[in-house]
Design a protein around this ligand. Structure first.
Ligand code: SF4
Length: 308
């Protein structure tokens, strides 16, 4: 690729990332006037990308909000503690590095060979909530992207017996914070390319020595294969998460199957008996590489979350 072509592609990618993050923020009313957003930074490509794009949107948003980057140094062996402070100082953004040796606790409590992730993430969550409280954060932003959300949906179906994904916005389990995922619409492949382009100083995520979650890895591979073989499939799947039809599922708490009555009048979305459901793909998003969506003021946001 010529340097000119590469520069053009990177510019398109930046516009797309800003548009998709802006769209998710608006759709789920994630950030409003006066918010103090704590951006959790792990040193991986996703959280670097999240901070980078939020900083770009912050400059042009019609609402004022604050960003504070927070990293938790868990004292994993070989963690290069200087990288994030140096990077964040250069950016000139407010940041806080919290140092807590959760690594030793996890090593001590979990038998060798057993997975450490659940205790590790529980400890991390507690610490991040405390830090958010101390910093006066109103929102906690995490770097999960579209593919994480789809993977979670499949994992919950395969192993949890639940039709449950990863929410774009939800109150924290202790009820205290609003957790937001502004990368909800962003494909992982775009974050990989953005990290290469921006040359983020990535910190490896294997320092703890924990086994990779095999099931998550397998589902990730499945999604990547589908994305190559059937372009648009992952976009449709994300769209499906936003278009739930309870009458066509089997959850008795979401649809009154027990007391259902006929009315004699045609029913939109009624049962088609032996006919197959027509499969109509949602209209593709307009090619808006030319257009950008900004974070809009809270008052102009349609609260679609009220339907959930
Ligand atoms: S991979 Fe390592 S750092 Fe991440 S949650 Fe698991 S034990 Fe903790």
């Amino acid at each position: 690729m010529t340097p000119e072509k590469l520069a053009f592609e990177n510019q398109k990618l930046e516009k797309r990332l800003c548009r998709e993050v802006g769209r998710a923020i608006v759709d789920y009313n994630m950030i409003g006037e006066g918010d103090r957003v704590m951006v959790c930074l792990s040193g991986g490509k996703d959280s670097y990308g999240l901070l980078d794009i939020l900083m770009k949107l912050q400059k042009r948003a019609p609402v004022n909000f604050e960003l504070i980057a927070v990293n938790l140094d868990q004292k994993q062996p070989g963690f290069p503690a200087h990288i994030l402070p140096e990077y964040l100082s250069k950016l000139g953004i407010k940041f806080h590095i919290e140092t807590q040796d959760t690594y030793s606790i996890v090593k001590e409590k979990i038998e060798p060979g057993k997975t450490m992730c659940s205790l590790c993430s529980r400890l991390r969550r507690g610490i991040l909530y405390r830090v958010a409280r101390e910093l006066g954060a109103t929102k906690i932003a995490l770097g999960h992207h579209r593919d994480d959300m789809l993977q979670t949906l499949f994992l919950n179906m395969f192993f949890g017996g639940k039709l449950k994904g990863m929410p774009a916005k939800l109150v924290s389990d202790n009820g205290e914070f609003m957790v937001i995922r502004p990368l909800a619409y962003v494909p992982e492949k775009d974050l990989i390319r953005w990290a290469e382009h921006r040359q983020f100083p990535i910190i490896p995520c294997t320092l703890c020595g924990s086994q990779e979650n095999l099931q998550r890895k397998q589902v990730g591979n499945l999604l990547r294969d589908w994305d190559k073989q059937f372009p648009g499939r992952l976009e449709n799947m994300l769209h499906a998460l936003q278009n739930v039809v309870p009458s066509h599922l089997m959850d008795r708490s979401l649809h009154p199957f027990q007391t259902l009555q006929t009315t004699g009048a045609p029913v939109e979305d009624g049962d088609l008996a032996f006919d197959e459901e027509p499969l109509v793909a949602p209209a593709p998003a307009a090619d808006a590489d030319a257009e950008e969506v900004n974070v809009r003021p809270r008052a102009t946001v349609i609260p679609i979350a009220a339907t959930t």
